[in-house]
Design a protein around this ligand. Structure first.
Ligand code: GCB
Length: 601
């Protein structure tokens, strides 16, 4: 049996030295007092980074970030941020400005904002995500920079903001790089921009940086909590209360500014059929953070996944963070509810959020709806496994994904990679990531989407050295699409020679919604429908099959998909078209999940 221990989250924090202005993530920003910077921002497209470098390619001291204005008739200023067009933020520029559909490079963004600055308070500018790298200035002064397109970051700007009028300038660059995470090659749109919400958070000088409230491993008669202040201050009084359970506990911080709680309690457990969440209040010196937290136990036993001690089958689907109906990056509550609503309609109790951490609203909505979540970092295909900087970047993204969502009981699996090529350097890289995830959080399962090693006369065997480092063996297979055909699928067998549960993290094939024909004709709905029937028959025979996340819920933009009249830059493997119409295969999955739900919860 896999042992599950209490979260060790506070023990591990990244070294922020060297990252200008950046501070550890402020937990649960939505529960704090903040000024939202969503809305219209001016933008300037700058393919040559003319606003940042001079003609000798030396960084400018008075680049676009100073927001200069010509004040006298003879002044030469060759840009004007305020007179430039505007774009709604959050968004991606590719779907907001036709000229920028394929653009990869630098765009400058600027916005004015007001702050009612209070003596003794701290001000932090928080970005839900910017793809891919961001440099940020407030009132013309550098606040910090960040790389990595799908995780939040924040800078302390207390010394930069003034009472009243302020402005922020962000240089966003989404050029792809071989050593980055993801690398230059991927099967989704490299949407550039300030893709998630931005806010200026007001905090007490000494504030609650992070907290964790959960069950200790497999025990269900106790709740453990921990709180970390932003400073190493001892003796601070911290109160944890869970009103519905009649719990109020007061404790004090130790010399590291950390406090711990242990309370006897028997909360009702969270599950897809009863997604119970409790109001939790964590307070310190007049600052009270209110969150909603659920309690559950996820573990494995042999080839089974157990939720709250009972075997569970993960009736899932893979989802890209793409806005339903109009494409572009999804970021809002409405986007989340539409996507998850479709998944629920299909009968899902689980989603694989591919291939990078999705926005926080998506994870929180899944939790409220009773949907378990696989959350992943973009260690995708062939990244630079030999490069230590690439490793640091991947670890940082993993760290920030776990930091943001460690209180979300819906998240049951941290995924460290997708379809990576086997080899020593990769094994070293991924096993380090797995250890990092475990050291931060041993209350969840670790997995990664592997590849099938080979087909020997219809017998597919999965061999991957990483089996030792993961709790769940997951793999992607495309029988009926990239190899074999729908007939051969039915005769194939699968051998997964490890005593661990198995999730098929991807299978599927393309269809253009509304194209009908013979089931042997590619791109028709009938072909896809048959592919799903054949695959389900085949996969159902896998010993230890504990979940599926077919590829994919909705058609999504990808520059790799060029077939005119069929793909037109869409990956057509969606069970729903990009205009929101369900394809025939949707019904096949729905029926299969109805059956599964009757057999096993
Ligand atoms: C895969 C990848 C996924 C692709 C998919 C496809 O194996 O993991 O990112 O989009 O195949 O459609 O080829």
């Amino acid at each position: 049996m896999k042992r599950v221990f209490a979260i060790a989250l506070l023990a591990l924090s990244l070294n922020f030295a060297g990252i200008a202005g950046e501070i550890p993530l402020v937990a649960h920003v939505y529960g704090r007092s903040f000024v939202s910077l969503n809305g219209k921002w001016n933008y300037v497209v700058d393919p040559l980074e003319n606003g940042y470098y001079d003609y000798r390619l030396r960084p400018l001291r008075n680049g676009f970030f100073v927001n200069a204005k010509a004040t006298r008739p003879g002044d030469l200023v060759e840009y004007d941020l305020d007179a430039s067009p505007t774009m709604d933020i959050p968004s991606d520029w590719n779907t907001r400005d036709e000229k920028l559909f394929f653009y990869e490079g630098t765009v400058w963004f600027k916005r004015d904002f007001k702050i009612n600055k209070q003596e003794g308070k701290k001000y932090v500018i928080y970005f839900g995500a910017v793809n891919y790298s961001a440099k940020v200035w407030v009132n013309g002064k550098k606040a910090g920079e960040h790389a990595g397109g799908y995780t939040p970051f924040n800078f302390d700007v207390t010394g930069l903001v003034t009472d009243g009028d302020n402005f922020v300038v962000v240089k966003v660059d989404n050029k792809r790089h071989l050593d980055a995470v993801p690398t230059v090659n991927m099967d989704w749109w490299n949407y550039g921009g300030i893709t998630r919400e931005v806010m200026v958070v007001e905090l007490p000088a000494t504030y609650i940086e992070d907290y964790s409230v959960q069950l200790p491993g497999r025990r269900r008669d106790m709740i453990v909590g921990s709180v970390k202040m932003n400073e190493a201050v001892a003796g601070r009084e911290i109160t944890l209360s869970i009103p519905e359970l009649g719990i109020t506990r007061v404790t004090r911080t130790d010399e590291r500014g950390e406090a711990r709680f242990e309370v006897k309690a028997k909360p009702r457990l969270w599950s897809p059929s009863s997604p119970k969440l409790y109001d939790i209040l964590v307070s310190h010196d007049g600052e009270t953070l209110r969150d909603q937290i659920g309690f559950r136990v996820i573990e494995t036993r042999g080839k089974q996944i157990l939720l709250n001690g009972e075997p569970v089958f993960l009736r899932g689907v893979s989802i890209h963070e793409e806005a339903p109906f109009h494409q572009g990056r999804a970021w809002s509550e409405d986007h989340a509810l539409t996507l998850l609503g479709w998944a629920k309609e299909m009968g899902c109790n689980y989603v694989r959020l591919a291939h990078y951490p999705h926005n926080e609203k998506m994870v929180r909505a899944a939790e409220r709806l009773g949907i378990m979540v696989w959350s992943e970092i973009p260690v995708y295909w062939t990244i630079s496994f030999e490069n230590e900087d690439t490793y640091r970047n991947a670890e940082r993204q993993l760290h920030d994904m776990i930091t943001r969502d460690h209180n979300r009981c819906a998240v049951i699996i941290w995924s460290i990679a997708n379809e990576t090529p086997r080899g020593e350097a990769r094994d070293r890289f991924l096993s380090r990531l797995a250890s990092h995830a475990r050291a931060m959080d041993d209350t969840r399962l670790i997995s990664m989407a592997m590849e099938v090693t080979g087909d020997n006369r219809g017998v597919n065997t999965l061999h991957d050295n990483m089996n030792e480092h993961v709790d769940v063996i997951s793999f992607n297979e495309y029988v009926g699409w990239y190899r074999g055909n729908n007939e051969s699928a039915r005769a194939m067998t699968w051998v997964v020679p490890y005593n661990k549960p198995v999730i098929v993290s991807e299978f599927g094939g393309g269809a253009l919604q509304g194209r009908y024909g013979e089931k042997t004709r590619r791109w028709t709905e009938e072909y896809q429908e048959e592919l799903y029937r054949a695959n389900l028959e085949m996969l159902d025979k896998i010993e230890g099959l504990s979940g599926l996340s077919p590829w994919i819920l909705v058609d999504f933009y990808s520059p790799r998909r060029q077939l005119p009249g069929v793909q037109d830059f869409f990956n057509r493997k969606g069970l729903i078209s990009n205009w929101g119409v369900k394809k025939k295969a949707f019904r096949v999955m729905q029926e299969y999940y109805e059956k599964k739900a009757r057999e096993i919860k």
